[in-house]
Structure formats: structure tokens, C-alpha cells
Design a protein around this ligand. Structure first.
Ligand code: FES
Ligand code: FES
Length: 197
């Protein structure tokens, strides 16, 4: 039985709540599940594969991936902004695809390869997108930056970074309160060129 099935059944039986799986358009991260409240007390032992390491955790089945990363595993590079799927600050990769960690139940990610901002660099060598963001001053306060970078890595890999218009469209799920958009677009464009994509 898959983690998604376990979670949906537990939510339905235990709380009479519903679980929803929603796919967003390709230009943004996907929202995989939305717990809808209730007083369920069920815990689940979940094995998460994050940045190449396996973590075994007892989790409340309603735990989101962003809370699990930050509060249980100390991976605070992934930010929590709106906590409702609107800002993109919590963007991580699951199986190479960008997802919103605030809208994903941790249990639903069991058995899948999760990559966070902490897993992008190769030792002391930054990922080309990280280097491009630094080189282009593509941040001010930096709160949105890890989500922007994770989204940009996927955007480039998807082949959606050929033009500035494409970059703006396919990065539109990541908001920046500091309005560093011109520098972000320049960084993504530059990283795509450096990677020959
Ligand atoms: S914190 Fe997840 S989209 Fe804003
Ligand atoms: S750099 Fe401040 S929110 Fe983007």
C-alpha cells in the first residue's frame, strides 16, 4: 500500500476529513496533498530519502514536508512563507520535479528522492544556479532565494529558460517581496547558458 493511500484512508477514517491531490500547471510547483484539519492522532513511521540520506521518523500523518524538513530534520534552507501554496518559498524537488513542500504531506513523499537546497552543491562547489544568483545579485533579503533556486534548476532542466519571457512565465510560482525579478531572470538565463541548455 502506498504512503498516499495510507494517508488518505487514515484522514478519511480518523477525522472524516478529506485529502486532496491537486496538480498545478507546469509553470509552477505541484501541490500534492492538502490535509483539511481534524483531530486525528495517528502516527506513522516514515522513511524519507533526502539529499541522498535516509531518515526514519515517527510522524503525525498530517505533517507537511516543509515542517518535517525544518522542524524535525533541521533542514532550514527550505523556507516557509505563506504556508498555503501561494509564494513558492518552500519549493523542493521530488523525483526531480519541483513541488511545494507546504502542500505536500511528508508521508506522501516516502520512497521518493527528495532534494532540498542543502543538496544542490557538490561539496564546496556550488551548483551553477547558486553561483549565478550570487553573480547577478539576484536577492535582497534572501527569504525567497532557496525556493527561487530550486525552481530555477527545474525550470532550466525542463527547457523553459530559453527566453526571458519563458523564464518569467515558468518561474511565476515563485514570488519575491523584494522585487529582485530582473536579477533573478538574468541569473536563470546565465545559468542556462553556462549549462548549455
Ligand atoms: S510556503 Fe509554500 S508556497 Fe508559500
Ligand atoms: S529577496 Fe527578499 S523576498 Fe526575494
Amino acid at each position: 500500500m502506498s504512503p498516499i493511500e495510507i494517508t488518505r484512508r487514515a484522514l478519511l477514517e480518523g477525522t472524516a476529513a478529506t485529502a486532496m491531490i491537486t496538480a498545478l500547471p507546469d509553470h509552477g510547483a505541484s501541490a500534492q496533498q492538502t490535509p483539511t484539519g481534524g483531530a486525528g492522532e495517528s502516527e506513522l513511521m516514515v522513511r524519507l530519502q533526502i539529499n541522498g540520506k535516509t531518515h526514519s521518523l515517527d510522524l503525525d500523518i498530517r505533517s507537511t514536508l516543509v515542517d518535517t524538513l525544518r522542524e524535525r530534520l533541521g533542514l532550514t534552507g527550505t523556507k516557509k512563507g505563506c504556508d498555503r501554496g501561494e509564494c513558492g518559498a518552500c519549493t523542493v524537488h521530488i523525483e526531480g520535479r519541483r513541488v511545494l513542500a507546504c502542500m505536500t504531506l511528508a508521508a506522501a513523499a516516502e520512497g521518493k528522492e527528495i532534494t532540498t537546497i542543502e543538496g544542490l552543491a557538490d561539496g564546496d562547489t556550488l551548483h551553477p544556479v547558486q553561483s549565478a544568483f550570487i553573480g547577478h545579485d539576484a536577492f535582497q533579503c534572501g527569504f525567497c532565494t532557496s525556493g527561487q533556486i530550486m525552481s530555477a534548476v527545474a525550470c532550466i532542466r525542463e527547457g523553459h529558460a530559453g527566453t526571458e519571457a519563458d523564464i518569467r512565465e515558468f518561474m511565476s510560482g515563485n514570488l519575491c517581496r523584494c522585487s529582485a525579478y530582473p536579477q533573478i531572470v538574468a541569473a536563470v538565463k546565465s545559468a542556462a547558458q553556462i549549462q548549455g541548455i
